[in-house]
Design a binder for this molecule. Structure first.
Ligand SMILES: *Cc1c(COP(=O)(O)O)cnc(C)c1O
Length: 428
């Protein structure tokens, strides 16, 4: 199975001009041993490629498109706003309205600053945590992705509780040496790390629900342990809600878990499909930012008026359409249906699902961290991926990715998908 001739042709042209033919690696379909299709347009729950083939989409631009593709209220709002200017670099009212919305919705955020991507948001959180605490070391967890920030693209060190190794060429060993990478959901290791390095640790950064190694949930008590240890040792807790924020609830995982972090990184849904990130938290910490404080952070396009209006419109629509309840219904319909199909066929699996996010593992055991994820036989996932794509269902092209359902998906879309998957696995 492969994609159509026009996509193929465009991809070979792209490869001559762009490294790997893509502007972000996962789009290259390397994790499914193939080449990507090229999109021509997308509307609602569907994508059309340059060869005229249609797909029901479960990627949603990797998270932002919670209303589906090209929702009319958002495209209209962008259109109207653009007539008054595309970028000013001067304070605009949209920035204040966005700040108000975030502070109203997200627990623990008292002040907020906008960025242009999730990466900038996590990078700024780490710098701010270091500036505020006067400490250099950061704890992160294996398999958690926080964007392509130098000090966060770090793999676990080789020995027990050693500082990390760069996960990418081009990152100095000395940067990685400031990051301690621990297995997720391992209370003992976390306690050990604080016992040993407590006074040097500026912050823990964690994905709220880890969703870049499939979809993993914190074990009971693990979030609270992070909270307790950071408080005890004068470190900060940075919650990366770039994926989960505004996707699972108005207040993200903090709201779902009744939990508060010191700093929160946001992105994806908040931009309505335009390039946006944000970070916020306790006012006393946020006041450390320039121009009031000593921690420098900036952006030519930060708080861009089109991005603010797109994000605000998307959030308003979600609220007015009672979006989170509707998305949870769709997610549950999909999850229950998929589990039944795979169980009936006797295929070992785990389907982790919350609201409109899901990840299927071909492995029947509790998924606690990235080491459970890598135990899977990835060939089963690849087989499913290509068979679904052939039938017009676009799942994320990697077994490490979380799938997304949007408000544009209907119960019929979900049922159509389940029928396709049932037919696919019937032949196995
Ligand atoms: C996508 C993502 C990021 C990075 O956001 P970009 O906008 O791609 O820079 C950071 N953290 C998490 C949890 C993400 O899912």
């Amino acid at each position: 199975m492969s994609v159509g001739p026009l996509s193929k042709k465009m991809f070979s042209r792209a490869q001559a001009l762009i490294p790997g033919g893509v502007n972000s690696p996962v789009r290259a379909f390397k994790n499914v041993d193939g080449d990507p299709f090229f999109v021509r347009r997308a509307k609602g729950s569907r994508i059309e490629d340059v060869d005229g083939k249609h797909y029901l989409d479960y990627v949603g631009s990797w998270g932002p498109n919670i209303l589906g593709h090209a929702p009319i209220p958002v495209t209209n709002a962008i259109h109207e706003a653009a007539k008054d200017g595309i970028s000013y670099g001067i304070p605009n009212v949209g920035e204040v309205e966005m700040a108000q919305k975030i502070i109203d919705w997200v627990p623990s955020v008292e002040k907020v600053r906008m960025t242009n991507s999730g990466t900038e948001a996590t990078m700024s959180c780490v710098r701010l945590a270091r500036g505020f605490t006067g400490r250099d070391k950061i704890i992160k967890f294996e398999g958690h992705y926080h964007g392509h920030v130098d000090s966060l693209l770090v793999a676990a060190g080789s020995g027990a509780l050693t500082f990390g190794e760069p996960d990418s060429a081009g990152i100095p060993q000395s940067f990685a040496a400031e990051t301690l990478t621990l297995p997720y959901n391992d209370a003992e290791k976390l306690e050990e790390a604080f016992a040993k390095y407590g006074e040097q640790i500026a912050a823990i950064i964690t994905e709220s629900y880890p969703a870049n190694a499939g979809l993993i949930f914190p074990k009971k008590g693990f979030l609270q342990l992070m909270r307790d240890l950071t408080e005890k040792h004068g470190a900060l807790l940075i919650f990366d809600e770039v994926m989960t924020g505004f996707r699972l609830a108005k207040g993200g995982v903090q709201e779902l878990e009744g939990f508060t972090a010191d700093l929160v990184a946001m992105g994806k849904v908040i931009g309505g499909g335009l390039p946006v990130g944000a970070f916020g938290g306790r006012a006393d910490i946020m006041e450390y930012l320039a121009p009031n404080g000593p921690v420098y952070q900036a952006g030519t396009l930060s708080g861009n008026p089109l991005a603010m209006v797109a994000g605000l419109t998307q959030l308003r629509e979600l609220e007015e359409q009672n979006g989170y309840a509707q998305l949870t219904n769709l997610g549950t319909r999909f999850g229950d249906g998929l589990r039944k199909i795979l169980s009936d066929k006797g295929i070992p699996h785990r389907l982790n699902q919350v609201g409109s996010m899901f990840c299927l593992y071909f492995l029947d055991e509790e998924i606690v961290n990235v080491s459970s994820v890598t135990k899977q036989d990835f060939s089963i996932f690849k087989k499913l991926f290509w068979a679904c794509l052939e039938e017009g269902i676009y799942l994320a092209p990697s077994p490490y990715e979380t799938g997304f359902i949007s408000m544009a998906h209907t119960a019929d879309d979900i049922d159509e998908t389940l029928t396709v998957i049932q037919d696919v696995v019937a032949k196995w």
